[in-house]
Design a protein around this ligand. Structure first.
Ligand SMILES: *Cc1c(COP(=O)(O)O)cnc(C)c1O
Length: 413
């Protein structure tokens, strides 16, 4: 029985969601639209089987095809990021980080990272997360003037706390990361350097953002953001000893059976990312982000750090309107068919429920084929929606225009 016959309610909801995705512009910086090929692998019969263990060392019978699938995923990941070892089993980015933490530290060990409010991720030591419950989290700061990483603060914290690990890589940081500089400081205090490239993995693989290798001891990432694969995690290293520790930390350390259908979909996404067209795609993501940043700046919006050199930007709304919160803006944008998230800006006086900013990213709209010349149109939609946040009729009118515009850019095949 197919889905429509077995469960018309869920089938209907999926159809409605597909329509929503097609008729809106997706500007959430951590989202993307995967190919039909990735979807096919993720929706395949590989979901049926247990394959606990690693290729050629499984705890269940009949894993022959699974060994080949996982080996392909591993080999492609290594090629894509130019490194020696890859673990493709982490269920998500947060799980990848947990496993990396377990491989690099003992419970109670200190580490330093950028905190959530400044652009870090909750798995980087937010107080309710395992990263802060089982390890001792402290944070380095952004330079309040430039709103970029303050390496004096990184060095000072590192010297003061002698962390076992320094963590770089962020969720809401628009600038490139200087991995070599982080490594210099890590070496000064004898710390491991972990890079979490969840957001920028696709840019890194395409050479549009500098690589964390050879500077970082371990690299974690998601596979579903700029890398445009299925929802999942990935852990990379060049160090054989650390690779073994990482594998143990994933299974049996923190997970049971791998999601083999998702690992197959990761393999497909890595294959796609190895093609020349993906490099062009990643370059276009950054060109679009720059063009959108310029168009918004021209309309009186302030971008933190003054702009972007990646796929994302953080809009500080206060320069445009003192009373416009991030929550207001995100709600107005959604009503207009533009999907984004509210986001705190550095030293945001407003609480996380409201915030003073929105985070915008171009990976998904670039997948749909939008180019720099379309960013004026997108910036106009954004500006009009935010300036009409209390006018439902105006928002509905923009919603119609956005749907008509989006219809010109089909979903990937
Ligand atoms: C998105 C993100 C993650 C977490 O990914 P999940 O798959 O949602 O667990 C981890 N680290 C960073 C920096 C991220 O941006």
């Amino acid at each position: 029985m197919n889905l429509q016959q077995t469960d018309p309610q869920i089938a209907e909801l999926i159809a409605l969601e597909a329509k929503r995705q097609e008729s809106t512009l997706e500007l959430i910086a951590s989202e993307n639209h995967v190919s039909r090929a990735v979807l096919a692998a993720a929706g395949s019969c590989l979901t049926n089987k247990y394959a606990e263990g690693y290729p050629n060392a499984r705890y269940y019978q009949a894993c022959g095809y699974y060994d080949q699938v996982e080996t392909l995923a591993i080999e492609r990941a290594k090629q894509l990021f130019n490194c020696k070892f890859a673990n493709v089993q982490a269920h998500s980015g947060a799980n990848a980080n947990l496993a990396a933490f377990m491989a690099l530290m003992q419970p109670g060990d200190p580490f330093i990272s950028l905190n959530l409010a400044s652009g870090g991720h909750l798995s980087h030591g937010m107080k309710l997360n395992t990263s802060a419950i089982f390890y001792k989290a402290a944070h380095y700061e952004l330079d309040p003037k430039t709103e970029t990483i303050d390496f004096n603060s990184v060095r000072a914290k590192a010297k003061e706390l002698k962390p076992k690990m320094i963590l770089c890589g962020y969720s809401a940081y628009p600038r490139m990361i200087d991995f070599a500089k982080f490594r210099e400081i890590a070496d000064e205090v004898g710390a491991f350097l972990l890079a979490d490239i969840a957001h920028i993995a696709g840019l890194v693989s395409a050479g549009v953002h500098p690589s964390p290798f050879p500077h970082c001891h371990v690299v974690t990432t998601t596979t579903h953001k700029t890398l445009r694969g299925p929802r999942g995690g990935l852990i990379l290293t060049n160090d054989e000893h650390l690779a073994k520790a990482v594998n143990r930390s994933v299974f049996p350390g923190s997970q049971g059976g791998p999601l083999m259908h998702i690992i197959a979909a990761k393999a497909v996404a890595f294959h796609e990312a190895l093609q020349p067209a993906f490099k062009t795609y990643a370059q276009q993501i950054v060109k679009n982000a720059s063009a959108l940043a310029a168009a918004l700046t021209q309309r009186g919006y302030r971008l933190t750090s003054g702009g972007t050199d990646t796929h994302l930007m953080l809009v500080d709304l206060r320069a445009k309107s003192e009373s416009l919160t991030g929550a207001d803006a995100a709600n107005a944008l959604e009503a207009a068919g533009i999907i984004a998230n509210k986001n705190g800006v550095p030293n945001d006086p407003r609480p996380p429920k409201f915030t003073s900013g929105v985070r915008l990213g171009t990976p998904a709209i670039t997948t749909r084929g939008l180019k720099e010349s379309d960013m004026e149109t997108v910036a106009n939609f954004i500006d009009r929606a935010m300036m009409n946040k209390d006018n439902p009729d105006a928002l509905a009118a923009i919603r119609g225009e956005v749907a008509a515009f989006a219809a010109k850019f089909p979903m990937p095949h």
